[in-house]
Ligand binder design. Structure first.
Ligand code: PGA
Length: 224
């Protein structure tokens, strides 16, 4: 199984999401492509989880829904927070530890380990992002995403060979986990990453925002 997990980050309005799904569903149905061993996930902003899930169902698309963030606290008096229990009504997995969360929101390993524990306890699979092979990963994280900071949003992806090497190290350290790569993955380079033996998937940000580019990534990956 290879994963393509689209992280929309803090992008899109409701009408833009409706438009994305109209276009994506059109491309998907027209092509009649078989996904085979590909698992495709879309991670919209939390406020749109319900909408995205409904659109996936209404259009009968083989997409799973994921969240980009989760509260580090259980249910209770934590104004503004969204718990794993709430998220699991709509999503199957959640991204934890993205470098943008570590950097802009000062989330440290302690907080990220708590988030992971609560997510897993709520039945969500955790996609745990690490900037390098040295970063600690909590026990409950099923998927480890290597996301070198220099490659995120820059158009300068790491080489597939280096990402594969990091994957080998991480898998040795954390046996039984899936390993994916994120950082400027697009429709042009996706196949090179997915062909590497230690790489079980990719986590595109920018390239998932455009339905045609995202579709082309899937179509290229399906040919491997
Ligand atoms: P990018 O983002 O594909 O826009 O570089 C990747 C990520 O941050 O997950």
């Amino acid at each position: 199984m290879k994963y393509i997990i689209g992280n929309w980050k803090s992008n899109k309005s409701e009408s833009e999401i409706l438009d994305w799904f109209d276009k994506f569903a059109g491309l998907f149905k027209q092509s009649g492509i078989r996904l085979g061993g590909l698992e495709i996930v879309i991670c919209p902003p939390l406020i749109y989880l319900s909408l995205v899930r409904r659109l996936v169902e209404d259009k009968s698309l083989p997409l799973a829904v994921g969240a980009q963030n989760i509260s580090a606290y259980p249910e209770g008096a934590y104004t503004g927070e969204v718990t794993g229990k709430m998220i699991s009504d709509y999503a199957r997995c959640v991204i934890v530890g993205h470098s943008e969360r570590r950097n802009y929101f000062r989330e440290d390993d302690n907080e990220l380990f708590k988030k992971t524990e609560l997510a897993a306890g709520g039945g969500l699979s955790v996609i745990y992002c690490i900037p390098d092979a040295k970063t600690e990963v909590p026990d409950d994280a099923e998927i480890i995403a290597y996301e070198p900071v220099f490659a995120i949003g820059t158009g300068q992806a790491d080489t597939p060979e280096n990402a594969d090497k990091v994957g080998g190290i991480v898998k040795q350290k954390y046996p039984g986990r899936k390993f994916i790569y994120g950082g400027s993955v697009n429709n042009q380079n996706v196949s090179q990453f997915l062909q590497m033996s230690s790489i079980d998937g990719v986590l595109p940000g920018k390239a998932s925002l455009d339905p045609r580019i995202f579709w082309e990534m899937i179509a290229n990956a399906a040919k491997i």
